[in-house]
Ligand binder design. Structure first.
Ligand SMILES: C[S@@+](CC[C@H](N)C(=O)[O-])C[C@H]1O[C@@H](n2cnc3c(N)ncnc32)[C@H](O)[C@@H]1O
Length: 234
């Protein structure tokens, strides 16, 4: 798939649960969704009485403009999907037409929550690689369909700085998928894992129960190590 820039496509709570292997316990954590865009994750969590903070530069816009940006790209994306049938797995979405319907349903759910969520401080304008939060504000940071996927648009330095920033504000970071738009494992995955491991974090790739891009069923989990780097010595 070829895209000029990062597109405002969003996923549902159920997709987030699958992409990030979120347990019921995880859903109770203090969560920041980085690059949540027009996902309905925040709206649906709010509907369940749980609170998520979503960060995205897109939130500078009104709902109408976000919908316009979605409308401007959706048909081209679905056409690219239809013309590359071997690249996709339909166990979740059924077909390209259902995928389009699902994405629009998610967008509508997001838009219905957007103004109220902005007033509550649940949708905040912000962007990687800098997050305007104090250290350790969250238990879990989630980032999907931005890092690694857009490796052709975003440098290794941007990836590493962004991941370290998410690790500054959250005890654990999960990123999905690990494939690029061209369906190859991002060349940044191994260097990022090596770099954060050398800094004392625990990093591992896990298979998850979600696959739309063929082979895109892995997430990266990075946590602060329980063991201090100096072995506990002063
Ligand atoms: C493809 S959407 C994915 C939305 C959501 N995470 C999901 O998986 O459904 C990517 C989002 O990343 C946002 N984005 C682009 N650059 C960003 C940055 N530097 N920091 C945070 N978000 C960014 C875009 O505005 C867009 O909403």
């Amino acid at each position: 798939m070829k895209l000029e820039k990062v597109v405002p496509f969003g996923r549902s709570l159920d997709e987030y649960k699958n992409m990030f292997a979120l347990s019921e316990g995880d859903l109770e954590k203090a969560i920041v969704g980085v690059g949540d865009g027009p996902a309905s994750f925040n709206a649906e969590m709010w509907g369940l009485g749980k609170s998520v903070v979503s960060i995205d530069p897109l939130y500078v816009f009104q709902a109408e403009e976000i919908e316009r940006q979605f409308d401007a790209v959706v048909d081209d994306i679905i056409e690219q999907v239809k013309s590359t049938p071997a690249d996709w797995v339909w166990s979740y979405h059924g077909s390209p037409d259902y995928l389009k319907q699902n994405r629009r349903r998610v967008l509508r759910r997001f838009i219905a929550d957007y103004d109220g969520g902005k007033a509550d401080g649940r949708y905040l304008v912000g962007e990687l690689p800098g997050l305007d939060f104090e250290d350790g504000r969250f238990e879990l940071a989630l980032c999907s369909h931005l890092l690694f996927l857009y490796s052709g648009h975003l440098s290794y330095e941007f990836h590493l700085a962004s991941i370290l920033e998410m690790l500054r504000v959250a005890a654990e970071v999960r990123i999905f998928p690990l494939l690029t738009l061209m369906l190859e494992r991002s060349p940044y995955v191994q260097p990022v894992m090596k770099a954060v491991t050398a800094m004392g974090f625990l990093a591992n790739v896990e298979m998850v129960n979600y696959e739309l891009q063929k082979g895109g069923d892995e997430m990266l989990r990075i946590r602060r190590s329980a063991r201090p780097l100096n072995g506990g010595r002063a």
